[in-house]
Design a protein around this ligand. Structure first.
Ligand code: FEO
Length: 400
């Protein structure tokens, strides 16, 4: 069954939705699934922009065949060689042997790593600023290394002003009929998953995303076609501002995220006490997470949103509790910067987790670690009320 979608008079979405997948990249929970986007442009020449995950190749081939309606496929533009977008290349070549593959030299090398076919026979290598005329439409190729792999480019179509943006501007979540972002309640229904996708997949590469945004600012863009999730044709400035903020590691809100590791509930109680006192001081949109219950990808994404971060961990095996250790490692690995950080530790005989947590963050830029930390011995006692208030005050003042 042809499941393609017409986006403009000449451009079609020919991808697929995957709601069966549990873990994207075998790491990230995707309870709302994910889409693998591929686009087909019809002109004097025809061009397919990227392929999709192997599991849905049959759907791609059916969509492409239906939209081509007997025409040949002239070009396959490969913007990104990660298998969720490149896995169907060999199947496309088998079905359309006359096709030329347009990609960077690095992408061609990766193609040789992933596939057995004679890559050089098919590839037309392109570099920054090269163009390709399809007839009425002209493609310009823009290099975007490390957004999210080194071979990545994006493609700008100059006539309809469409940016095929590879992984940039995507989101977790399958497309539920409404394929344009402006057809959805995006800020409420999609933004958290778009943020989680960005921070976890591309968040480490902020400077490279900034470089792409700089190039994009010189283009007049009427539509953004990412490799995952919804297509953008309105409110592009809002989306670009979000990407500018995330990629520069600037928080979206002056508020507090509290992540705690607790085995018997005493550390959780302290985290709740801090959250309640901050709320009483008027702090909105506070986030509290149990690191043993919430996948770190969600907490990392909210850490990109919040300006102050509080980590409360029991001491475990003379170190940080394992799930907290994973979270802190993820935050450090994604280069989060420009935050106020506070630590709280608990230990019945030798609390040491503050020292270890502080060490984990030592390499991160512009992290202001508050001097006021809090040590609990087994449970937070009433006599520690002043220390708790001092910590809360210090966190609160950081929001000013
Ligand atoms: Fe959706 Fe970097 O692949």
């Amino acid at each position: 069954m042809n499941c393609s979608r017409r986006l403009t008079d000449t451009l079609y979405w020919v991808g697929a939705n995957d709601r069966r997948i549990a873990l994207f990249e075998n790491v990230y929970p995707v309870p709302r699934g994910v889409s693998y986007n591929s686009y087909l442009l019809l002109d004097e020449k025809t061009a397919l922009f990227d392929t999709i995950d192997q599991a849905f190749t049959h759907q791609l081939l059916e969509n492409v065949s239906s939209v081509l309606d007997g025409r040949s496929l002239d070009y396959l533009i490969v913007n990104h060689m990660e298998p969720d977008h490149c896995a169907s290349i060999a199947d496309i070549l088998f079905r359309y042997p006359g096709v030329k593959i347009v990609c960077t030299a690095k992408a061609a090398n990766m193609m040789k790593q992933f596939f057995e076919f004679d890559v050089d026979q098919y590839v037309v290598p392109v570099k920054e600023g090269d163009t390709l005329s399809l007839g009425v439409h002209t493609l310009t190729f823009v290099m975007a290394p490390m957004v999210h792999w080194p071979e990545v480019m994006v493609t700008y179509e100059t006539t309809e002003k469409i940016l095929f943006s590879a992984d940039a501007f995507g989101s977790f979540g399958a497309i539920n009929g409404n394929i344009f972002a402006d057809e959805t309640d995006y800020k409420n229904q999609w933004l958290p998953e778009a943020r989680r996708y960005y921070c976890n997949i591309v968040g480490k590469y902020g400077p490279q995303v900034q470089a792409l945004l700089k190039k994009a600012s010189r283009l007049e863009i009427s539509m953004i076609c990412p490799l995952h999730s919804l297509v953008w044709r309105k409110d592009l400035d809002w989306l670009l501002e979000k990407y500018s903020r995330w990629s520069s590691y600037e928080p979206e809100e002056k508020t507090v995220l509290i992540a705690y590791a607790s085995v018997y509930g005493h550390t959780e109680q302290a985290a709740d006490a801090i959250a309640a006192r901050l709320a009483e001081r008027g702090v909105p949109n506070i986030a509290v997470y149990d690191v043993s219950k919430t996948h770190p990808s969600y907490i990392l994404a909210d850490a990109f949103r919040c300006s102050a971060l509080v980590f409360a961990s029991i001491t475990y095996n003379n170190g940080i509790f394992c799930n907290m250790e994973t979270l802190l490692h993820q935050i450090a690995a994604h280069n989060l910067q420009n935050r106020t950080v506070a630590f709280l530790e608990n230990g019945s005989w030798a609390p040491v987790s503050v020292k270890h947590m502080t060490d984990t963050f030592a390499s991160l830029k512009n992290m202001k670690v508050l001097e006021e930390s809090l040590t609990i011995r087994s449970s937070l006692k009433n006599c520690q009320g002043d220390c708790l208030e001092a910590l809360v005050d210090s966190i609160f003042q950081s929001l000013a």
